[in-house]
Write a protein that binds this ligand. Sequence first.
Ligand SMILES: NC(=O)c1ccc[n+]([C@@H]2O[C@H](COP(=O)([O-])OP(=O)(O)OC[C@H]3O[C@@H](n4cnc5c(N)ncnc54)[C@H](O)[C@@H]3O)[C@@H](O)[C@H]2O)c1
Length: 429
Amino acid sequence: MSLTSSSVKPVSVLVVGAGARGEIYSRYALAHPELMRVVAVAEPRDVYREQFVAQHDIAPESVFKDWKDAAAEEKMADAVLICTQDSMHLEPALAFAALGYHMLLEKPLSPDSQECRDIVQAVQRAGVIFSVGHVLRYTRYTQKLKQLLRDKAIGDVVSMQHLEPVGYWHQAHSFVRGNWRNDQHSASMLLQKSCHDIDWIRYIMDTPCEQVSSFGGLRHFRAENQPAGAADNCLDCGVESQCPYSAKKIYLGDTHKSTQGFLRVLTPDVSQENLLAALRNGQYGRCVYRCDNNVVDHQVVNIQFAGGKTASFTMTAFTRHEDRKTQLFGSHGTLEGDGRFIRITSFIDDSETVYDVDDIDSIDPAQSSTMSGHGGGDYYLMAHFIDAIRRNDASQILSGPRETLESHLMVFAAERARRECAVIAVHSA
Ligand SMILES: NC(=O)c1ccc[n+]([C@@H]2O[C@H](COP(=O)([O-])OP(=O)(O)OC[C@H]3O[C@@H](n4cnc5c(N)ncnc54)[C@H](O)[C@@H]3O)[C@@H](O)[C@H]2O)c1
């Protein structure tokens, strides 16, 4: 795909929700003003909205506090990025599809399977270009791996093992203290986080899914595991120094674990003073054993594909924060991947070949921009979306409506399998 500019004017974009994801995707316009321009925003939180307006120099008449106000106006941009929280995707998706906006919708489509179908129907009816935030499909690593499989580097792929190492402090941030801690307010862990992985597994196996089973639960982040002497806020805790999940360790000091992106979730102006106030008064200073969380901290899913191929998936909080690990088992060899290196072992001559994805191009645009998140997936997802609109070519989209609905239905079936201790058939989208 060419990322070069042409004489066509930049794709104009309305951003709905200038939180973490809206801000990140919009950086594509700053890296490539000749390709994309953010011309409007809807964001209720004053400081986040004002920072975003200044960053993109948006005209006052195109600044809204609520997506409904933007949807009430005539169409003001070529495309909309819908980056509100999970349970707030349906309504804006239906409204902006009806107005004819090309659409990038964050994953998951919706926590409700019928709403997922409704969204897909609406964008198909509107005939707009539609992309979903399945960033893992777009990385150079994934594309290299797909190419090797297309070239039959390990023959016929028979089975797969895939690990999603969420990471102990990332789990504490997002799924114990943070926005996705409770499925009553957001979605199951499998849908919220691992929908990326189930979607990726389906993409790599390239075969329709037939049935799933699953086990897992919330084992560790529970009240009964709070250590003796612990306080309900890490700032008051006498045993915090011995706790891996200490908010002081994660967010404060010189060696804190979180990145700037995570810190901005706590406060838009990241200073020690503001962070301390956020830990004292907000949700991120809470003891991980005293939160209102209910989503799982570990889960396994087994998948059977058409023709009897299989995959097993493990999600766990109890790892370092690192890249996913995959093994593929084929009729003529094996493939091991870790997000950067791909190692092929051939059964024909026992040879080993290792590919380093970082060697593919001397200059990786994702790494040289501020959009290197998700292994460059954030950058390449935007590059494909904008290019698809410029060329009016939906084939640039690697996670369009049909594929996305199919992998979402796999997730809903797997979560049902876990809750009901059953094997669940998956009917194609
Ligand atoms: N693709 C990925 O890898 C990835 C990673 C993290 C999150 N996500 C998904 O992205 C979505 C957003 O997550 P986030 O971390 O950016 O959340 P966020 O809370 O940082 O951002 C959501 C924004 O929507 C705004 N909002 C609320 N009501 C609104 C309204 N009526 N009109 C306009 N804006 C409104 C909020 O004020 C907030 O700024 C979620 O669905 C999440 O699951 C995807």
